[in-house]
Design a binder for this molecule. Structure first.
Ligand SMILES: [Zn+2]
Length: 109
């Protein structure tokens, strides 16, 4: 079963190029040998109560070529005084090491 390592779509036998992104398809069994290729797991690397703080880190990471996403868990069913929602910074598993080093460097300044 050919799959696109970029989109993670599966295609029927006979298709060799992903119609979506023009990436040459690989066999699904081949893909499993390189788990980082389809590793879409996001890992929590930083939390803060300060959304601006996390947003700045995200921008820093992205300018360093590390994809990051911010998750703000606002629980409206649990109203708290002030803004106590935890803001989470997530990066992809393959970027965790670089991201942690980067955050450490930014935070030590
Ligand atoms: Zn594709």
């Amino acid at each position: 079963m050919p799959v696109c390592p970029n989109c993670n779509y599966e295609y029927v036998e006979g298709i060799v190029i992903c119609p979506d992104c023009n990436t040459p398809l690989v066999d699904a069994s081949e893909l499993k040998k390189y788990p980082e290729l389809n590793e879409e797991d996001w890992v929590l690397v930083y939390t803060s109560f300060n959304l601006i703080d996390v947003d700045m880190l995200k921008e820093n990471l992205e300018s360093a070529g590390i994809g990051a996403t911010v998750l703000s868990q606002k629980d409206s069913s649990f109203p708290a005084p002030g803004d106590l929602s935890v803001v989470k910074l997530m990066v992809k598993k393959i970027d965790v090491h670089a991201a942690l080093e980067f955050i450490q460097e930014v935070k030590s300044k």
